[in-house]
Design a binder for this molecule. Structure first.
Ligand code: PSU
Ligand code: MN
Length: 298
């Protein structure tokens, strides 16, 4: 694994660092918007007084902190695979390149010594789980990795109550960030309650410090809702999502392809509105991630 000099220096001197994933760039957002978003997110981390560490695997080498050229490859190279944590070893051994999901990003970032990671929405338990057993590797990995993940909940294409139940089973702490309801990714609320609420970055950082003191080594999900003004219209969301789920079933989309398929379906059939809500959520999470990292460092 190569940690970029800037990230290395920040970690060595205790300055705030925020990890960012690359799957959202390579497979979650349409081109050419994705490259601009990758740069924008790094800029938001910097504006928040922290160092961005985007994670990806380039020609077999896991990288924590990407240069401009690598970021461009993540956004535009058709050969970029989607790498979950189980894919890291074969990608490394065979020299493949790929974008890292939440699970692979959290794994590599924690290994590099990064405490805070910001993304859009976690993977989780899919709605047809009893038939397909499709559950994102994100959850299992978060159950054994000490990292804070700032996200807007889990993607609403999933079974949200089942995902929350699995997080509980796995021992993952879930904090509502200024809310007592679990966010619904494109929507402010999923309608599900959370057990714990933090009021801001100081309280979130205090939870992380306390967790360190206790030696608990699971993730803390900091669930930060998209701003109300920028959420997707809930009625439109429910209608298009139902159509998208039916289309995925009709077209027999399975495995790793399911999440990108549904995200793209929503973008297309909401005339881009879901994409804007998605981006608003990610931006908010990246800002909060930088604030929490700063509180931790200071
Ligand atoms: N959130 C987004 N866009 C994405 C993802 C999350 O807004 O593309 C990605 C994350 O990388 C997450 C992955 O880890 O989707 C989950 O995929 P799967 O369900 O195949 O595990
Ligand atoms: Mn899956």
């Amino acid at each position: 694994m190569i940690i970029s000099p800037e990230v290395r220096a920040a970690l060595d001197t205790g300055r705030p660092v925020v990890a960012l994933e690359s799957t959202i760039i390579a497979h979650g957002l349409p081109r050419p918007r994705n490259a601009a978003v990758a740069a924008e997110l790094e800029g938001l981390v910097r504006a928040g007084g922290a160092v961005p560490a985007t994670v990806a695997v380039i020609d077999g080498t896991p990288r924590v902190g990407l240069g401009k050229e690598e970021l461009d490859r993540v956004a535009n190279d058709d050969g970029m695979r989607k790498l979950s944590v189980r894919d890291l070893a074969p990608a490394g051994a065979l020299g493949a390149s790929g974008a890292t999901t939440v699970s692979a990003t959290a794994y590599l970032a924690a290994r590099a010594g990064i405490r805070v990671f910001a993304t859009g929405g976690l993977g989780g338990v899919h709605r047809d789980w009893t038939a397909t057993q499709d559950e994102s590797a994100d959850l299992g990995l978060l159950g054994r990795t000490r990292i804070a993940v700032v996200c807007a909940g889990v993607k609403s294409i999933l079974d949200v109550p089942a995902t929350l139940q699995r997080l509980e089973t796995l021992g993952v702490t879930v904090l509502g960030y200024g809310t007592d309801e679990f966010p619904g990714f494109y929507l402010r609320s999923s309608g599900q309650p959370v057990d714990w609420t933090v009021g801001g970055p100081r309280e979130a950082a205090a939870v992380l410090r306390t967790q360190d003191g206790l030696g608990v080594s699971a993730a803390v999900v900091v669930a930060n809702p998209v701003p109300e003004a920028e959420q997707l219209d809930p009625a439109l969301h429910d209608r298009v999502l139902a159509e998208g789920l039916a289309a995925a079933e009709r077209e027999e989309v399975t495995g790793q392809a399911v999440t990108p398929y549904l995200l793209a379906y929503l973008t297309e059939h909401t005339a881009g509105a879901s994409l804007e809500a998605n981006l608003a959520a990610v931006r908010g999470n990246v800002r909060v991630g930088a604030e929490i990292a700063r509180c931790l460092a200071g």
